[in-house]
Ligand binder design. Sequence first.
Ligand code: DON
Length: 572
Amino acid sequence: MKSWTPFVLSFAAALLLWGAGPQTEPAYSGTYSQYAVASDQGLASRAGAELLAAGGNAADAAAATMLALGVVNPASSGLGGGGFALYYRAEDRSLTFLDFRERAPAAASRMMFADEGSSGSTKKGPLGSRSQLGGLASGVPGEPAGIEVLVERFGTKSLQEVVAPALELAESGFPVSEAVSAMGEGFAAQLAQDPVMSAWDLRPGASLRRPALAEVLRAFAREGARAIYHGPLAEELVSSVRAHGGIMTLQDLADYRVVSRKVLQGRYFGFLWATAPPPSAGGFTMLQSLAMLERTLPPSPSYGADFLHALAESWKGPFLDRERYFGDPDQVILPLQAMMSSTRLEQRVQRFSAEEAQPSAAYDVPISRTEPNLRAPDNAGTSHLCVVDAQGNVAAVTTTVNLPFGARYTAAGLVMNDEMDDFTSDPGKPNAFGLVGGARNLPGPRKRPVSTMSPTIVFQDGKPVLCIGASGGSRIVTATEQVALRILVLGEDAAQTIAAPRIHHQAQPAELRVEKIAPLDDALQKELRDRGHEIDPIHNVATVQLIYIDRSGGTKLHAASDPRKGGAPAGR
Ligand code: DON
C-alpha cells in the first residue's frame, strides 16, 4: 500500500547508531540547556522554538508547533482534528489536562456504522468504510478551540504571534517530508478525489504551499476559534462535510467545548506518572500496567526476555477493561476507582507466571456481575509533541485526525478527521487498530470516542523529569510506557532507547507484536516464544517524541523525535 523504503533506510542508520553507542548525537535528537521542542517534523519543532526564542512559554510553543504540524504534515493532525494537552505550570506546580477531542455530531446514533465492519478495504481503496472515509467519519473538530484555550489560559503571546510561523510555512511553502510523501502515495487515489489535496505534489522534497489553509490561519489569528466555529468558514465547513455524506450541523460547531479533566496520576518505581484520563484509555492502561510491573519485575530490572514478557502480560488486563468499561466519561459511568483497586490488581498479579504467557482471558477480572459484557493500522494520522521552556513549564500534546489524511477530504481548506472510527461500530467488531470496542463506546449525540492518546509527564522528587507521548493508535500507550520505563527505571540513554526495537500486546488478538522496522533480537524472540508468546511482526510500534530533563550537574534537556517518522527536535 505504501512505500516505506526511505524510512527503512534512515531508520537503519538510527538502529546502527543505537548499537554503536552515543559517540555522535543523531539528527533525530538534540541536547539543549534552556528550552526544547520535540515534534515529529523538524520544521514544526523549529516553529515552536521560534516562539520560545521570542520569550514565549511552553504553551505558546506547543500551540505554534501544533499549528505548524497541521501545515507541514496534513496526514497526521491539523485544525480539522483534535487532541489532548497535558500542561505543567512551574510557577504554581499545577497540572492541567485539556480535552479538545472531536465530538460526534448531535445526529449521531448508536448503530450508525453497524451495517459495515470498520476495518479492511472497500472498493473505495484502503481504510474506506463509512467511519473512516468521507463526511460521516468526521467528528466535530476540537483543535481550534483547544489551541485557543491553551494559549489564553497559559500562554504569554497573542494568537497572531503564535500563528505566524505556521502562516509563513503555508504561504511560502515547505519541502514535503519523506513521511508525508509515503502516506500520500498510500492514499493517492482517494486524495485525487479532493479539489484541494489533488493539487498537492507530494514527492519528497517538492515544495508545497497551502493557500486555502493560510486563509483559515489568518482568520484564526484575527478572531480566534470563533472564526472556524461560527460564520462563513463554519458554513463552508459544514456544507463540505454534508456534501461528503456527513450529518454535522452549524449547531454542532457552535456547541463544541473544550473540557478540563482531572489528570490521572500514580506513583510507581519511585516516580510520579501524570497522564491522560478518560476518554483516553491510554493513561489507565499505562498506570495499571506499571502497578502490575512493580509487583512482577525484580527490584532492579534489566532489559531482556523477563522484562519484555512482564510488559506484554501487564497490558492484557487493561486492554480487556478498555473494551468492557470505556466510553465518554461525560456519558457513561466509568468506575475508574473500582477498576484500579488493589484487590483487582492482586488478582491479576496472582495469575501472572514469569515462565509462561497466559491467555488474555486469564487477566479478565470483571468488577461487577451486572456490568454489560457486550462487544463492540499501522499508519500515522496522529502527532505527539513535547515542549520544555526556560521557566520549567512543560507541555505534552497529542493531536490527531485519526487515520492518515483523516477522512481524506477537505472542508474549508481543512483536512477533516475520521475520529468516528474510534467509536465501536458494532459491539465485538475491531476498528482500524484491531481494538474491539464495547457498547459503552457506541456513537451517540455529542459523545467523544475512546482514545489511546497518552500525553504524559513523569515527576521525580516533585520535579518533571520526562515529557513523553506517541502516535500510533492502540500502540501509543505501550510504546510510551516501555520507552519511559527503559529510560527512567533501566537507566538507558534517551536517544538510543527511542530508536530501539519495541513490542506491543493489546490482549486481542492474542499476539505479541514485534517490529519489522526494528526487529527484536532473535535470541530474545526465541525466549519469548519459549514462554508461550505467539509472535507476529508489524511494521512499527508507534512514533514516540520525548524530552528527558537531566538535572545531574546543571539542567540538560535531551530531546528526541522518533527516527521511525523522520522528525527532529529544536532548542537552545
Ligand atoms: O485517539 C486515538 O487513539 C486514535 N485516533 C489515534 C490514531 C493514531 O495514532 C493514528 N496514527 N498514528
